[in-house]
Design a protein around this ligand. Structure first.
Ligand code: SF4
Ligand code: SF4
Length: 184
């Protein structure tokens, strides 16, 4: 009789514990039902990178003095600066400038140390290609200005983004599916 009562007591304790755990799980589910999705449907929705985002490098050929500082400060000596000395002008003449984004780690050192500010980091991050050699950008490709996400007419609306809690997504630009933060 005593063992039966003991068994019943144990069973009751286990049942209460199980109910407690189920309740906790249910509360988590309910909590998440109150939240709005923070994912976006890329590529139809896009994020606007933050102000200091280190995207594809932009290069201004006319401002480059072929000093090769960018090569020396690059952890992998990546930029290829092809120049020749014009003896009559006693000046370096830049012939070509390339950066291979298949190898670049986007550390920003070259941009930071360039004495003429002819390098800058853009917000462009869509660099994928079927051929990795296509990532080796010459001065023409590097000189192209990136299109801004904010003016991309193909972006769809993401409803209710403004309702997300403060600090999760800052700002919402009209009816477009974009935010101004990467820190989702
Ligand atoms: Fe040109 Fe600037 Fe590199 Fe010097 S540091 S070679 S100016 S890009
Ligand atoms: Fe080199 Fe960094 Fe500049 Fe890329 S961003 S080219 S890795 S210094």
């Amino acid at each position: 009789m005593f063992s039966m009562a003991n068994g019943f007591g144990n069973y009751s304790q286990q049942a209460v514990r199980a109910a407690k755990y189920i309740g906790q799980g249910f509360m988590v589910t309910l909590d998440h039902m109150n939240r709005l999705p923070i994912t976006i449907q890329y590529p139809y929705d896009k994020l606007i990178p933050s102000e200091r985002f280190r995207g594809r490098i932009h290069f201004e050929f006319d401002k480059c003095i072929a000093c090769e500082v960018c090569v020396r400060v690059c952890p992998i000596n990546l930029p290829v600066v092809d120049w020749e000395l014009r003896k009559t002008m006693r000046k370096k003449q830049l012939n070509s400038y390339t950066i291979d984004f298949g190898t670049c780690i986007f550390c920003g050192n070259c941009v930071e140390y360039c004495p003429t500010n002819c390098l800058s980091m853009t917000e462009e991050y869509e660099l994928s290609t079927c051929d990795r050699h296509g990532l080796n950008y010459d001065q023409t490709a590097l000189g192209r200005l990136p299109g801004s996400v904010a003016t991309d007419g193909t972006i769809k609306t993401v409803p209710n983004l403004t309702s997300l809690s403060k600090g999760v997504i800052e700002g919402y630009f009209g009816s477009r599916g974009i935010t101004n933060s990467w820190t989702l």
